[in-house]
Structure formats: C-alpha cells, structure tokens
Design a protein around this ligand. Structure first.
Ligand SMILES: O=C(O)COP(=O)(O)O
Ligand SMILES: [Mg+2]
Length: 233
C-alpha cells in the first residue's frame, strides 16, 4: 500500500494568516476609498486567491471594479503582502507537533492551497515549514484550483501518493468540496475562515484543535475509504 498522504490547506488551516490578509487587503482598497474590511468580512472574501478577494471586496461595498483598476490593485496587494511576510502569520497551535507525529509513522505531508505560488512558497519557507512537505500546489499551479478535484489529484501525483490512501484537511467549502469531488476523506478544522459552520459541509471529521488530529484518525479514515473504494469496484 502506498504510504498515507495527508494534504493540508494553508490559509486558515495550517497558518493563521488572517491578520496579514486583512492588513494587505485594507491597504489595497484604501487607495480607492473603500471602507476597511473586518475578520467577519474576510470569511466571505478569502478562498479563491487575491484577485477574487479584491473583486469580492468591491462587491461587498457595491462598487464597480474595472479591469485596469483590478490589475493595479492586485500589484498593490502583492507588493504589500510580500514586503511584510511572514508578518503576524503563525502556524496554529499544535501544527508542528502534529506534523511530527504523522511523519514519525511514515505518513507523507503535502499542501494544496488556492494561495498563489508567489506568496505560498516564501511564506512557508520564512516560517521554517516548507521542507516538511513533499509537495505544495497552489491556486496558479494548474489550470484549475479547489474545489476542482484535479487540484487534489495533481497534488497527490506530485507527492507520489495515491487517492485511496490520501486525506484532505481544510477550513472551507473549497477544501471539503474538493475532497468530496476527488472521492477522498476530509477533515474540517473549526477554527479557520469558513463563512458557514463547517459541519454543514459534511466533512468526515471536524477537529477543533490539532491535538485531535491523530495518526489513528488518519488511519481510520483511510481504511474506511479503502473499503469504500473496494466495495464500489
Ligand atoms: O488565499 C486564498 O484565497 C485561499 O487560500 P487557502 O486555499 O490556503 O485557504
Ligand atoms: Mg483555507
């Protein structure tokens, strides 16, 4: 059997990036006089990368956004975010111990994020976490991104894993839906940036802290999944 692969989402799952996402977004939209957004707003804006986040901020304020302005504001955001990385962003409590625990029994770890490569790689590098993962794929790595199943399959392929022994862990509808679309088990974290209660997304498990993400939980989900796949074929 291929070694189990645990695939993590980044923003709101591995790393609490919200303070920096909010700072950079507010710096960006201040330039055109848009009212600053709050954490509650962010849960509706984040998830599909920077361009979509800016567009949704304009929709939230019911202000039209033309293409040249969108392009200029995208550059403004990227420069601001890059300049302060890692800023106030930190791994959630227990992340490092959890990665240690899973790696210690031979599980492989990967990241599947809708953040762009330009931001995700340096952020994990600066936080000293990048070399923990055998692969990271981002919102601009493939032609599609979460919730498209191909983003998950592409991550599994790069990590040398197999869908029947892979698990996805994330904080939002994009992650849980991507896992469901790919037919792999999912674990939702309750402390991220979802705009709905995560149990309504029907993940296989919900955890409220990394101490709950055990080797046993991953093994149980994978063995249940192997049986499910076997029963279906
Ligand atoms: O940056 C985003 O919009 C989403 O990033 P995530 O997929 O890591 O949550
Ligand atoms: Mg997320």
């Amino acid at each position: 059997m291929t070694a189990p692969l645990v695939i993590f989402d980044l923003d709101g799952t591995l790393i609490d990036t919200a303070p920096d996402l909010i700072d950079s977004l507010n710096y960006t939209i201040e330039d055109v006089g848009l009212q600053p957004v709050t954490f509650e707003d962010l849960t509706h804006l984040v998830g599909q990368g920077v361009r979509v986040m800016i567009r949704r901020a304009f929709e939230l304020r019911r202000v039209a956004l033309d293409e040249p302005t969108a392009a200029r504001l995208f550059d403004r955001y990227m420069e601001h975010y890059e300049a302060q990385m890692p800023g106030r962003s930190r791994p959630y409590d227990g992340v490092v111990a959890c990665l240690d625990r899973l790696s210690a029994v031979g599980m492989r770890l990967a990241v599947c994020t809708n953040k762009s490569e330009r931001l995700a790689f340096p952020l994990l590098e600066k936080l000293g976490l990048l070399d923990r993962f055998v692969a990271m794929t981002c919102g601009d790595t493939f032609a599609v991104r979460k919730p498209d199943a191909q983003h998950i399959f592409g991550t599994i392929e790069r990590a040398g894993g197999d869908p029947t022994t892979s698990v996805m862990i994330g904080d939002s509808v994009n992650d849980i839906l991507a896992a469901q679309n790919a037919g792999i088990p999912s674990i939702a974290v309750s402390f991220g940036y979802s705009d709905v209660a995560v149990d309504t997304l029907n993940p296989d498990r919900v955890i409220s802290g990394y101490h709950e993400l055990t080797v046993e939980m991953v093994e149980t989900l994978i063995s249940t999944d192997v049986k499910r796949v076997a029963a279906a074929t």
